[in-house]
Design a protein around this ligand. Sequence first.
Ligand SMILES: C[S@@+](CC[C@H](N)C(=O)[O-])C[C@H]1O[C@@H](n2cnc3c(N)ncnc32)[C@H](O)[C@@H]1O
Length: 222
Amino acid sequence: MQTSSSIQNRLIDTIAHGNCIDVMRQLPANSVDFILTDPPYLVSYKDRDGRSILNDSDDSWLKPAFAEAYRVLMPNNFCVSFYGWTRVDRFLAAWKAIGFRVVGHMVFVKRYASRARFLRYQHEQAYLLAKGNPELPAAPLSDVIEMVFSGNKLHPTQKPVSSLIPLIQAFSRQGDLVLDPFCGSGSTCVAAFNTGRRYIGIELDPQYQQIAQTRLARRAAI
Ligand SMILES: C[S@@+](CC[C@H](N)C(=O)[O-])C[C@H]1O[C@@H](n2cnc3c(N)ncnc32)[C@H](O)[C@@H]1O
């Protein structure tokens, strides 16, 4: 019989295909050093090419997914999650109900506007969530980080690896295990790989799981 530890070992440095709630349920509690994720923003997003994101209009996954993320995260460690600012109430309510402590908020400044309406929308945002009481860092990371345009070639909301690397460096150590349960094209996993961390990516959409897997396999082959 497979134990949760053997399942986790099999998933390390891979992109799992599936619903992250089901995949994380199979992992041991308190076994992941850092979670960096970019879940659907609950805005029914569609880009200019008509590309959309699974689970982006319904929040039934929100609490169960972050409850599993909380369970697998080691105590006194961090989760960074991007979120949709129009739905901040739902994200915060879910995170707090689960037990995460909200200990920071980060703004990712873009030189370009992703959209213009009442404002030119030139930033993205993420919360720093703690499980327990992590130690204060000697040199805290700034909560304002530059975000260059990723090009969105691999995914409609692809994050640039350059904005994720400082987060991984600040909140994990060499050799640590970094989890992204909503990994899309695998940007978090590339950032983890590039900084000497191990990773587990999980992606529900088979098209993006394949893209992420190929992207990471290419990196590993270099
Ligand atoms: C905002 S995108 C992440 C994009 C990613 N940061 C990148 O750079 O490519 C969110 C991703 O979560 C995936 N997703 C939605 N529900 C999921 C679930 N229950 N389990 C795993 N992945 C899910 C979507 O298919 C989508 O690719």
